[in-house]
Write a protein of this length. Sequence first.
Length: 172
Amino acid sequence: PRPHWPTPTPPPPQTPPHNRLFDSSHLKTPGVLRHHLPMIVHGLTPILNVSNIVESFAWFEKMGWQKGWDWGTPPTFGGVCNGKSEIFLCQNGQGSRGGPLPRHVCDDDTGGVWMSWWLGAAADVDAAYQRALEHKLTVTMPPTNEPWGVREFHLVHPDGHTFRVSAPISES
């Protein structure tokens, strides 16, 4: 039987801007979406399926993330944080893990989840790349200036999740 996972705590309610699209004063039940009002998402947190949550916490810490919290004894669910970003980790559940490692640069037929980590500047991408190499993490593409205006490298988690560590290329 699959263990019962905790229900994430929703963020506290926020008061939407008062204009004609978001004014809910005419609703009998404030906060209830009506078909004519747009859905407002207040956050998005990806969940990665990992084979070992403790080892995953350590892997993320090598790249400057911090363990934010964990749940269970021993832990099977938790989160890592960096700045305003958070990623949930679920041991052996909620999604799938990666398949084969890339066979060549830019091979994206690898399974797992792909995400972009956005850094402040192209120089930060180069520094993160050096950090990954110092920790002997798996890098499948070195820092590259892409035609769509970003510098990025590809970093692969041990469970096959790929992170495109990116930043806009500044215009000189």
